[in-house]
Design a binder for this molecule. Structure first.
Ligand code: MF3
Ligand code: CO
Length: 338
C-alpha cells in the first residue's frame, strides 16, 4: 500500500472500537468459513462465495469488493502467489498446494482485515501428492514462522511502544525461526474508518522509531514470508503479487486495537489471549461494558465474555451519527493505494 505521509493516525473512541470488534468477528467468521472449505477440487471462486455469504448474512459488507476496482470478497493466493490473488472458477486447488486467504468486512463503516495460510489436503503415504517443490515440513515451518512472527508483532501493539517496535519484533521472530525471506514491497497498515490508513507497518527494521502508539489506534499487521528471495512482481491482471523466483509464500494478518490494557486482537475470536499467552505477561484483555457508563463499551481487563459486548452493541448501545466519526477527521480522504 502507498500512503500520504502527512495523514495523522486515526484514534478511535472505545465505542468505535467496539464496532470494529464486530467487524473483526465477522471477518474472522468469514475467513474461518472459507478456510474450512479448503480441500482438493474446490475452486477459489467457491471459497469467495462462502466468505461473501458469511459476511452478508451477518449484515456486514465485504470491504475488498470494488476497492480500487477489486472484483471479489477475498484474495486467494496460491503457492508462489504472495497476496492479492483473485478468486476464479477455473482455479481449482490441488493436494499439496498452500493457499493464503485474505478477507475484510465492514460493520457500521468500520473495518476488519485478516488473513491466514493453510495447506491443501493430506500428503499421501510414500510421497508428495503432486510435483510440489517443497517437503511438508518445509511448508509447515514457513507457515508456523509467519503466524508466529505476526503474534510477536501483535504483542508490541501497546501504548507507549513505537511503531517500529512492531516491525522489529516481526523481523526478529522470523530470523529466530529460520532462513526465510521477508517481503518488503507490501506492509501492514492503519485501519478503521477505511481499510488502508496511516501508518504503514513494515515487517522489518530497527526498533524505537516512528510514531508512539496510543490507546484507540488500530493496525493491521501482516507479515509475508517466502522460502526463497524476497523480491516480488505483479501479474498482468494488475493484482496478483508473486515471488520473482517462484518460491512459495505465506501470509498471516490480524487487525489489532491498542488499548490501555495492551493489544486487543479484533479479528481473533478470543481477542488474542491464546495467541499472546506466552508473549505477554499479565491477564488477557477483553472488551467489556463499563458499569456506570450506560451503553458505553470500554476496554477492561477480563471482565465479561465478548458475546455480552457484541449483544450490547447490536442492541443499540453503540453511538451513531456524530460519534461514529473518527476523532481525527484529517485521516479521512487521504489518498491510499495498495
Ligand atoms: N488485506 C489486504 C491488504 O491489506 C487487502 C486486499 S486488497 C483488495 O493488502 F483490494 F483486495 F481489497
Ligand atoms: Co491488510
Amino acid at each position: 500500500m502507498r500512503l500520504r505521509r502527512e495523514d495523522p493516525i486515526e484514534v478511535k473512541s472505545p465505542a468505535q472500537l467496539a464496532i470494529m470488534r464486530e467487524a473483526g468477528l465477522v471477518t474472522a467468521a468469514a475467513l474461518q468459513a472459507a478456510a474450512a472449505a479448503v480441500e482438493p477440487g474446490i475452486s477459489t471462486a467457491e471459497l469467495d462465495d462462502i466468505a461473501e455469504r458469511a459476511i452478508r448474512s451477518a449484515g456486514a459488507l465485504p470491504s475488498f469488493q470494488g476497492y480500487h476496482g477489486y472484483p471479489a470478497t477475498i484474495c486467494t493466493s496460491i503457492n508462489d502467489e504472495v497476496v492479492h490473488g483473485i478468486p476464479d472458477a477455473a482455479r481449482v486447488l490441488s493436494a499439496g498446494d498452500i493457499i493464503s486467504i485474505d478477507c475484510g468486512a465492514i460493520v457500521g463503516g468500520w473495518h476488519g482485515d485478516s488473513a491466514l495460510t493453510i495447506r491443501v489436503g493430506q500428503v499421501q503415504a510414500g510421497g508428495a501428492p503432486h510435483a510440489a517443490p517443497y517437503r511438508e515440513d518445509e511448508l509447515d515451518g514457513l507457515l508456523r514462522a509467519c503466524e508466529r512472527a505476526l503474534w510477536h508483532g501483535l504483542a508490541q501493539a501497546a501504548p507507549g511502544r513505537r511503531l517500529t517496535d512492531i516491525s522489529h519484533a516481526v523481523e526478529q521472530a522470523v530470523r529466530a525461526a529460520g532462513r526465510y525471506g521477508i517481503v518488503r514491497e507490501y506492509t501492514g497498515h492503519g485501519i478503521g474508518s477505511k481499510m488502508h490508513m496511516e501508518p504503514a507497518v513494515p515487517n522489518y527494521g530497527r526498533a524505537g522509531r516512528g510514531p508512539v502508539l496510543t490507546a484507540g489506534m488500530a493496525l493491521a499487521i501482516e507479515p509475508m514470508l517466502v522460502l526463497g528471495g524476497r523480491q516480488t512482481r505483479q501479474l498482468d491482471d494488475g493484482w496478483t503479487v508473486v515471488t520473482a523466483d517462484g518460491s512459495w509464500a505465506a501470509h498471516f494478518e490480524h487487525t489489532v486495537a491498542i488499548t490501555d490494557d495492551g493489544p486487543f486482537v479484533l479479528t481473533a475470536e478470543d481477542g488474542g489471549p491464546s495467541g499472546l499467552a506466552d508473549l505477554l505477561a499479565g491477564s488477557p484483555v477483553v472488551l467489556a461494558e463499563s458499569p456506570g457508563r450506560t451503553g458505553q463499551a470500554v476496554l477492561a481487563r477480563g471482565a465479561v465474555p465478548d458475546a455480552q459486548l457484541v449483544s450490547a452493541v447490536s442492541e443499540g448501545a453503540a453511538p451513531t451519527g456524530a460519534a461514529m466519526q473518527p476523532r481525527t477527521r484529517g485521516a479521512v480522504g487521504g489518498r491510499d493505494g495498495i
